[in-house]
Design a protein around this ligand. Structure first.
Ligand code: IMP
Length: 192
């Protein structure tokens, strides 16, 4: 079975290739010649994942795997949510996003947050959705050098390290992406 991954991010593609069973041939957007920019106009992670999956499926007519992720902070009414990448505006700047997040949480005692990933598996007849999440706390300052995005200020529940202080392997064992992929796996076995 060939599966088109709605990404050109080599790191993400590698991570997903490693998790998926070997009989699934994972193709990048580059592999299938998809070069269009897709506008993620949805108000939910599900909607954005589906927008991406549908746009690609229309062109390539192969099963598509599209995901959308972000951070939801309870005390900020689930912001930054689907705007996680561009929380502090354009151009995308992860450091500015963290600065704004810490500023908006100043003086707040409730620092609960969750990372969410929604995967849309688009097959010719139907879309299937799989959601993964990891709950934690937003720290009051940055800690650690690893990871990306909000990792330096996110400490998962049950751990004393932020995602940026953990090894990539340790983070990938518990991450929202991993949880969503785990839910997807039995479906792939069933479909293949
Ligand atoms: P994407 O949909 O996977 O591209 O994620 C959108 C945005 O959410 C990223 O640009 C990050 O700001 C944030 N994000 C998603 N996953 C993570 C993560 O594992 N660590 C830190 N930030 C993340």
């Amino acid at each position: 079975m060939e599966l088109v991954l709605a990404s050109n991010n080599a790191h993400k593609i590698d991570e997903i290739r490693q998790i998926l069973p070997a009989h699934i041939k994972v193709l990048s957007l580059k592999d299938v010649g998809f070069t269009q920019d897709i506008e993620e106009t949805g108000k939910t992670f599900d909607a954005n994942a589906e927008i991406k999956a549908n746009a690609i499926f229309e062109q390539v007519q192969l099963p598509v795997f599209a995901d959308d992720s972000g951070l939801e902070v309870t005390a900020l009414n689930k912001a930054p949510g689907v705007k996680s990448a561009r929380y502090a505006g354009e151009p995308v700047d992860a450091e500015k996003n963290i600065d704004l997040l810490l500023k908006n949480l100043e003086g707040k005692t409730n620092r609960k947050a969750r990372f969410v990933t929604v995967i849309c598996l688009k097959l010719p007849q139907k879309c299937f959705f799989f959601e993964g999440e990891v709950w934690g706390q937003i720290t009051t300052e940055r800690r650690g050098q690893g990871g990306f995005g909000y990792d330096a200020v996110f400490m998962p529940d049950g751990y004393q390290q932020t995602f940026a202080e953990m090894s990539a392997e340790a983070k990938n064992q518990i991450s929202h992406r991993k949880q969503a992929l785990e839910k997807l796996l039995p479906y792939l076995a069933f479909l293949a």
